[in-house]
Design a binder for this molecule. Structure first.
Ligand code: GLV
Length: 339
């Protein structure tokens, strides 16, 4: 058997590529940016495996161009950029990297929450902008308390529950909404209270989004839903940009419907220059999709993405499989490319 051929859409932190090279011929896109779709289409022809990022749209057209492809391994926990149903139909295994970025992402959701509540980015601009003229003033840059407040979590999966766990140290009341209720023991352990979506929005001082992007969650948070929130409340999004309707959010911030927002993810990434949120700098913190960006998490993600991909090419069950039904079309023994 010749070594299988693998295309990797971006250079990864070690040890991702090194693991792949042990048993595959690896071609890596050397550009710092995402390869254009035409490039992916050209490169996947003749490849057995594809290792992609969340910025690569992997749809039917890409799969059609890759008749030998048996595995798409994503270097991400979200997989809304991949047409999973199409992959399953073709017996292509889709894998992802859950778990290893949970804490990094939950930490960042908290960093955003603390920063927007206590006006950290605004305070930095204040000092650097030469506005700090009075040494100390009782009402300078007053923020909102976090300790003891009510946190609403939308989506109580791995990351949502890690955010809830941190809230225990802040003595918060934690409400959550999810389509699927977790086991009672988990609710008790994390001190969680279930509420319907609208109730979470009405009661919370902070609402943090942790749902995947699906057709059901697209624009889940729109102007109408934002109007249910308290005028003193904050919205945090580290999930996917399109879960929030940007225009509705900008309007809500401009009208004082809610107090502020802190977003790591955006409907368009990079953000478009005329995005209305760019002008609302004191009410809205914007980060460039870096919630999982710790040295530790990104390196673990590279290792897991490579390990998932190789498992399939060895005809073994990958540790993190998105579409078990792919086995019905192509059993793992038929995906085997590494003896
Ligand atoms: C980050 O957004 C990821 O899905 O890994």
């Amino acid at each position: 058997m010749n070594k299988p051929e693998v295309y990797v859409t971006r250079a990864l932190p070690p040890p991702g590529i090194e693991i792949l090279k042990e048993c595959c011929n690896v071609e890596v896109n050397r550009s710092e940016d995402a390869p254009p779709k035409e490039e992916i289409i050209k490169k996947v022809a003749g490849k057995d495996g594809l290792l992609c990022l969340l910025t690569d749209k992997i749809d039917r057209e890409v799969m059609e161009a890759a008749p030998k492809l048996v595995v798409i391994s994503s270097y991400s926990v979200g997989y809304d950029h991949i047409d999973v149903a199409e992959a399953t139909k073709r017996g292509i295994y889709v894998t992802y990297t859950p778990g290893v970025l949970t804490d990094a992402t939950a930490d960042f959701a908290w960093a955003l929450m603390m920063s927007i509540a206590r006006r950290v980015t605004e305070a930095d601009r204040y000092v650097r902008g030469g506005k700090w003229k009075i040494a100390w003033a009782p009402t300078m840059l007053l923020g909102a308390a976090v300790y003891g407040k009510t946190l609403g979590i939308l989506g109580i999966g791995r990351i949502g529950s890690a955010v809830a766990k941190r809230a225990m140290g802040f003595n918060m009341k934690v409400l959550y909404y999810d389509e699927v209720r977790p086991p009672k023991e988990m609710e008790e352990e994390l001190n969680l209270q279930y509420r319907p979506l609208d109730e979470v929005l009405k009661e919370s001082d902070f609402v943090s989004i942790h749902v995947p992007l699906t057709e059901k969650t697209r624009h889940l948070i729109n102007y109408e839903r934002l109007k249910l929130m308290k005028p003193t409340a904050f919205l945090i999004n580290t999930a996917r940009g399109a879960v929030v309707d940007t225009k509705g959010l900008a309007r809500a911030l401009e009208e004082g419907v809610i107090a502020g927002a802190a977003l790591d993810v955006h409907e368009r990434e990079p953000i478009e220059p005329n995005n209305p949120l760019l002008k609302l700098e004191d009410k809205c913190i914007l980060a460039p999709h870096i919630a999982s960006g710790t040295v530790e998490a990104r390196s673990k993600m590279a290792e897991i993405a490579a390990t998932n991909l190789i498992a399939v090419l060895k005809g073994e069950m990958p540790p993190n499989l998105v579409n078990p039904d792919a086995q019905k079309v192509r059993p793992l023994s038929k995906a085997k490319r590494i003896p």
